[in-house]
Design a protein around this ligand. Structure first.
Ligand code: VG1
Ligand code: CO
Length: 541
């Protein structure tokens, strides 16, 4: 085995987005592409000499090869040790937990999350810091900077790396430890939730359907929900991680988890349905005939978290991304705890959690989690819901009705317009930004604009500023919409339109009806059809 230094040159477009670098798999497989970015990570964090790193991913196509390349490069760059999931597998929350619990210097997670996988689909890579959380913008900017001037990378060639055997190995002078991807995570979940109470509820007849969508959570969900909590075998469906997710699009929303939705809306629906995404950090919660919007799920968890042993002492505070509905704000008010608003992307929650300001965080994009790790966590959210059901004896629909009766209902929806040509999307946002100053006081139907701005975030912990994080328009009476371009897509631009309206009396409307006037105003103001030719969204959540 020989250590080699390979000459290379900068490759355009290696700028990390909302959550790492995501491109088509075939792009990552082109010469030097992955290697350049990995070397840029190492250089961008000040080198890995003597450091210990976690490496793992969601098992999608190229995960295995990429893991091996990263290990070879870590060894050649002088890392002391790498800890990898068996067969290169680790869910994102499990990786975050290992980074923290094994006191490492950070980790590399391979995933394009909720994007489809396969040779012709997506691949992704991101760096998480020693706190277990995604690298903040200062670090991703440094990494991007290196990609623009890189001249060489270091790699061990020859020999073989066997990721299939749990235990110790070496690569050059670097130690490798191959760990079971599931066991430490299972222990963590048992320390947070009341497994005996949940088990009793399940034994009493509460049927569960967990759709792992052929992605990473299958082994975690089977171990926890079937083996430990006693749910019937087969409660976890699509439970084997596959390189192409069996052709599924592992995005747990009503559109892509339609098999689960059909079952939950059908006659013999189980009491509890849930799904997770490619890398296991997202969740969707569904009851019989009752889809729970992620923003509502966050609010319900905030209101009930103390029933779970890990949160019995109360929440320090909560945080949500700016486009997420204000349902959780109402709960925080009632509890007398702080509620923070951050830009989209989990990386903005890390400082708040590290500083002890918040225990619970969430995003409208099916992400919920707490300070047990520094990522959102799909299986955690599922267990939290099961714990709430077990402790209160209520069904999912009852929990929702009682919640709205107490706090009111923040009707909420997100409309995604996918694969718009980038120049058209950019022109649309530029025009909208230009129009913002003149919007105040203008009326659109019965709605009058009270405020309009381009959201800028000042991190209260480190004082950093992140500008242009989404345009928001608030109407008199509190209804609002937010619009921004996705930072995780790999083809063209995806426009995300988020709409919200609080109703204190009527909780049984279809959200699309309740929000029709706000949607109409949003289309007029943004000029979606004029710029993109689109009249209807591709995905509604
Ligand atoms: C999307 C979501 C965002 C989430 C991000 C990563 O980003 O909107 O809330 O944090 O995906 O989630 P964007 O820029 O496409 O809107 V995941 O499950 O990819 O780690
Ligand atoms: Co994800």
């Amino acid at each position: 085995m020989t250590k080699k230094t390979i000459n290379t040159a900068p490759i355009e477009g290696q700028k990390p987005g909302t959550s790492g670098l995501r491109k088509k798999c075939r792009v990552f497989m082109t010469e030097h592409y992955l290697e350049n970015f990995v070397q840029a990570i190492f250089d961008g964090i000040g080198g890995v000499q003597g450091k210990t790193l976690i490496v793992g991913g969601d098992g999608r196509f190229y995960n295995d090869k990429a893991t091996e390349i990263i290990l070879r490069m870590a060894a050649a760059n002088g890392a002391a040790k790498a800890i990898a999931g068996q067969n290169g597998l680790l869910s994102t929350p499990a990786a975050s937990h290992l980074i923290r619990s094994m006191k490492t210097d950070g980790g590399i997670i391979l995933s394009a999350s909720h994007n489809p996988g396969g040779l012709d689909e997506d691949f992704g890579i991101k760096f998480n810091m020693a706190n277990g959380g995604p690298a903040p913008e200062s670090v991703t900017d440094a990494i991007f900077g290196v990609t623009k001037s890189i001249k060489e990378y270091h790699i061990f060639e020859g020999g073989s790396v066997d990721l299939s055997v749990i235990g110790a190995a070496t690569l050059g002078d670097m130690q490798i430890e191959i760990v079971d991807p599931v066991s430490a995570y299972v222990d963590l979940m048992q320390s947070l939730f009341d497994f005996p109470a949940i088990g009793k509820m399940i034994a009493g007849g509460t049927a569960i359907r967990f759709d792992a969508m052929n992605a990473i959570t299958g082994p975690y969900a089977s171990a926890i929900i079937e083996d430990l909590l006693g749910a019937a075998k087969g409660s976890v469906v699509h439970g084997t991680p596959l390189p192409d997710f069996g052709g599924m699009h592992p995005d747990p929303n009503p559109t892509w988890a339609h098999e689960l939705m059909d079952e939950m809306m059908g006659e013999n629906a189980p009491a509890f349905g849930c799904a997770s995404d490619g890398d296991g950090d997202r969740n969707m919660i569904v009851g019989p005939n009752c889809y729970v919007s992620p923003s509502d799920s966050l609010a319900v968890i905030a209101a009930n978290a103390t029933v779970a042993p890990g949160y019995a002492g109360g929440l320090k505070g909560v945080a949500r991304s700016m486009p997420t509905s204000a349902a959780v704000d109402r709960v925080a008010d009632a509890l007398g705890i702080a509620c923070y608003e951050t830009p989209t992307g989990w990386k903005f929650f890390g400082n708040l959690m590290d500083d002890g300001r918040v225990s619970l965080c969430g995003e409208e994009s099916f992400g919920t989690g707490s300070d047990h790790v520094r990522e959102k966590d799909g299986v955690w959210a599922v267990l939290m819901w099961l714990n709430i059901m077990a402790a209160t004896g209520k069904s999912v629909p009852q929990i929702m009705q009682d919640h709205w009766a107490k706090f009111g209902r923040n009707y909420y929806s997100r409309h995604d317009f996918e694969a718009i040509e980038s120049d058209k999307a950019d022109a649309m946002i530029t025009a909208l930004r230009g129009a913002l100053a003149g919007l105040k006081g203008q009326s659109f139907g019965a709605l009058t604009v009270e405020a309009a701005d381009d959201y800028s975030y000042l991190d209260p912990v480190d004082g950093s500023t992140s500008a242009h994080q989404g345009v928001r328009v608030v109407f008199e009476g509190g209804a609002r919409f937010v619009v921004r371009l996705s930072g995780t897509g790999t083809s063209g631009a995806t426009l995300r339109l988020y709409v919200e309206k609080l109703d204190l009396n009527d909780f049984d409307q279809d959200p699309q009806d309740a929000l029709a006037d706000v949607l109409k105003a949003a289309h007029t103001i943004i000029q979606i059809e004029e710029f993109s030719g689109r009249t209807a969204p591709d995905v509604i959540t």
